[in-house]
Design a binder for this molecule. Sequence first.
Ligand SMILES: Cc1cc2nc3c(=O)[nH]c(=O)nc-3n(C[C@H](O)[C@H](O)[C@H](O)COP(=O)(O)OP(=O)(O)OC[C@H]3O[C@@H](n4cnc5c(N)ncnc54)[C@H](O)[C@@H]3O)c2cc1C
Length: 480
Amino acid sequence: MSNWWRGMVAGALVSGGVAAFVRRRVTAGTSARTRHRSETLFAYHAARHKILILGAGFGGMAAALRLDEQLGNRGDTSVLVVDRDSALLFTPLLWTVADGRADPNDVVVPIRAFQRGRSFHLLHANVEGIDLDRREVRTSAGIRAYDYLVVALGSVTAVPSLPGLRERALRFHTPADAIELRNHLIDALENAHHTVDARERREWLTFVVGGGGDTGVELAATIRDYLQVGLLAEYPWLVDERPRVVVVGRAQRLVPMSSPTTSSAVERILRDEGVEVWTDVAIEGVTERAIQTSRGTIPARTLFWAAGITAPPVVRDLPVEHARNGAVLVDETLRVPERPEVFVVGDSAWAFDGVSGEPAPPTAQAAGHMGEYVAEAIAGLIAGQQPTPFRFVTRGRLALLGHRTGVAEVFGHAFQGLPAWLLWHGYYLSAIPAWRNRIRLLTSWLLAGLTGRVTAQLRLGSSTGAEEISEAREPSQVAS
Ligand SMILES: Cc1cc2nc3c(=O)[nH]c(=O)nc-3n(C[C@H](O)[C@H](O)[C@H](O)COP(=O)(O)OP(=O)(O)OC[C@H]3O[C@@H](n4cnc5c(N)ncnc54)[C@H](O)[C@@H]3O)c2cc1C
């Protein structure tokens, strides 16, 4: 084993182990806790304090776990969490699915695992509407009333209505998108391989990412990394053809929410990795063979869109004041003005630190803080105390920027290159709240390092339509 590998294994294990120890209080899934006891709908409605949490992502789960700590023993309180999915998607680790080092199952944690030994309840249903006047939520499993409501429904990628954009731009938000990214890159290389037209080949080998924020830069770096490291073994001609990856940002610098020093480091690392950086440039439209920008046209067949998020429709439809991206404008206690029983957290909220006035960023870290804060605020309200303003102090930022490189700002200290890459892996390995996932991820990453990354396409479409077609045909009609 080379020194580099020893360093990587030791670094990931040590940092993962130490941080996991600290975080054990929120660990779910493998602890020897007592079994969860279910509750009837009647019991929920009969509870004196009905707390309804919409969404079991970073914000919603943090609220449920902290409420359990604060109010778990109270017989007159019921906490119900509603989500359309049965698993928490740990988005920061999606990059390692897209770059062929991990499996989609490695980055999702079943939410029922969090219930063991805890008293909150789960309803697997779609949230269809919120009636603030009647204090009721309409779900696909019926209506649920509430005394306190926590809206934690996250966000979706915002795609503006520029010519061709909504039809052609690829998104990156889910495990299916991560698999689709791999599929798409392989399709593009195969198309480039068999075309005899040099211009068309360059188009297939050019990949544009719209958005110079955190997601955009990590997406561009992941594409570059998967092409250079993951697919090179199967497509050795890539060495001569040199695919082009371009990240296009509207702001004057990349990751504008970070410090100027971090922005410069991100730009330098991306350029070193072979990513072209276009800042202060707007994408204006996309056709089958080109991306139009304010700086000119890029001949390319692929555009990924990662320039902004918007609140989901059920949040945008709320008759309250919204920010431009549809998130709900909340007060310093994360409540909807004039609705003291309604809290909004995470990406669905447009929130500010109650003391500094700084905006809370749309990150998993901020969503978790907000979830914990509202849980304590609700527990306080039930005990007759008014909440103090919400405070958000970031622990730092981490970004994966390609092969064994990245940037990190942790408690005021900056790291770049391999140390940042190791920190990223160690931190997120510890942060995913289940030992099963940690072990699976570490094994997947090590295996990918030793035996190579996943380079097989995986089509996730259903076969239902195909069966109907083949049944409708007579055997004689089928070509041999
Ligand atoms: C690719 C990617 C990488 C990221 N990397 C990072 C990172 O490195 N660090 C970081 O801090 N942040 C990162 N983020 C941002 C982070 O994922 C979000 O800020 C965070 O998930 C917000 O938490 P939330 O609780 O508001 O929403 P979510 O965690 O998205 O949870 C929302 C929940 O609501 C449910 N839901 C939505 N609509 C409905 C409905 N109608 N009915 C029922 N249920 C519904 C969803 O199923 C989901 O479980 C990343 C995001 C992406 C897309």
